[in-house]
Ligand binder design. Structure first.
Ligand SMILES: *[C@@H]1O[C@H](CO)[C@@H](O)[C@H](O)[C@H]1NC(C)=O
Ligand SMILES: *[C@@H]1O[C@H](CO)[C@@H](O)[C@H](O)[C@H]1NC(C)=O
Length: 350
């Protein structure tokens, strides 16, 4: 991964890093983001601690789900929260194990670790006015950014790499919130911070549209192509123009509406049959990924979620193989050879 920020550190460090060092790469069409924190698979032991997943060389970006209160900050990491305590008088978890794991995931494996804000249980509806939105942004920045002396930080001295917005209900005054957060991130010299959003595929996405409609500069978005008529299940193999599957619409958004014209669009998919409506097998996805590669905004795959992915043996290997394979878009016919796949972590990305 030629452009990982870790590589900037010094020439001597480069030679010591693992070959499969990952992290968000704006120049790549093979980024893989996987949400961790909600244990969607649902069995008590299915979601393991964060560091379990970071040695995998195929995953680049891990959004931690969720911060599902902002005005009144609330963290929820399902069973991973059992390894945390609660800061007295708050709804914030105090998580030394996640602190340790974020540092390992970043320093040893180069992962981009985001805090995902929102989720289906977010109910605040945004902010009453711009001033309170900006104040909340400053508080969130202090809770997760480089100000490690701040009180009640869920990940304590660990510093995350940015934020993801996953609002799923109507919100107000999100633009001043997002702009303040973006300004704080851009002004910080500590490292490069990223901002992403996870709209649902029907365009425009009502919950996040004020921010996506040219107001805020996102580095990438991870569109949920599931639970909707426009999801991956609607893809028609061999059709140059797709009827319902609407990646092309989001490519047009990237080029014509997005504030950042270099924004990347990740294809969001369910990891398993129970992870979301519209799950597609890896061999069906091979054709969809080949189709998406024709769009210059295509930046890779988002997967919901880690626990479901690890329960679906071979799926990540196959998706990764589709991402890194050559082949002409639309007409490519990868058949079953890709599903045989590569060994997890064994393939070095070019
Ligand atoms: C909780 O901590 C135990 C002991 O370190 C670890 O094995 C387990 O994976 C952790 N669970 C989660 C969900 O983080
Ligand atoms: C902040 O940084 C991003 C990414 O480099 C850039 O696109 C954006 O224009 C910058 N400024 C603001 C105010 O978003």
């Amino acid at each position: 991964m030629a452009f990982s920020k870790i590589l900037y550190a010094s020439a001597t460090i480069i030679s010591a890093l693992p070959a499969a060092l990952a992290g968000f790469n704006v120049a790549s069409q093979s980024n893989i983001a996987v949400y961790w924190g909600q244990n969607s698979y649902g069995q008590a032991s299915s979601q393991q601690r964060l560091s379990t997943y970071c040695s995998n060389g195929q995953v680049d970006i891990i959004p931690l789900a969720f911060l599902n209160g902002v005005n009144n900050p609330i963290t929820n990491f399902a069973n991973a929260g059992d390894n945390c305590t609660v800061f007295t008088g708050t709804q914030l978890l105090n998580c030394p194990q996640i602190e340790e794991d974020i540092k390992t995931c970043q320093a040893t494996y180069g992962k981009t670790i985001l805090v995902s804000i929102g989720g289906a249980t977010y109910t605040e509806g945004g902010f009453t006015d711009a001033a309170s939105a900006q104040a909340a942004a400053t508080n969130i920045w202090n809770l997760f950014g480089p100000n490690t002396a701040y009180a009640n930080r869920p990940f304590r001295t660990a510093v995350i790499d940015g934020f993801d917005f996953d609002f799923e209900s109507i919100t107000q005054n999100m633009v001043p919130f997002a702009q303040k957060l973006r300004d704080l991130m851009n002004a910080s010299t500590s490292k490069t911070y990223y901002l992403s959003a996870a709209p649902q595929c029907p365009y425009p996405d009502l919950a996040n549209n004020d921010m996506l409609n040219g107001a805020i500069s996102f580095d990438f978005i991870m569109v949920q192509f599931y639970n909707n008529y426009c999801g991956v299940q609607a893809f028609v193999p061999g059709a140059g123009t797709q009827n319902n599957f609407n990646f092309q619409t989001w490519d047009t958004w990237a080029k014509q509406t997005s504030k950042n014209e270099n924004v990347k669009v990740l294809l969001g998919i369910p990891a398993n049959t129970g992870a979301g409506a519209g799950y597609q097998t890896a061999s069906a996805l091979a054709l969809i990924i080949a189709y998406c590669k024709q769009f210059s905004s295509f930046g890779g795959i988002m997967i919901w979620d880690m626990s479901q992915l690890w329960a679906n043996s071979g799926f990540l290997d196959a998706v990764y193989a589709s991402l890194i394979s050559g082949g002409s878009p639309i007409t490519a016919n990868y058949g079953t050879t890709l599903v045989a796949g590569t060994t997890k972590g064994a393939t070095v990305r070019t």
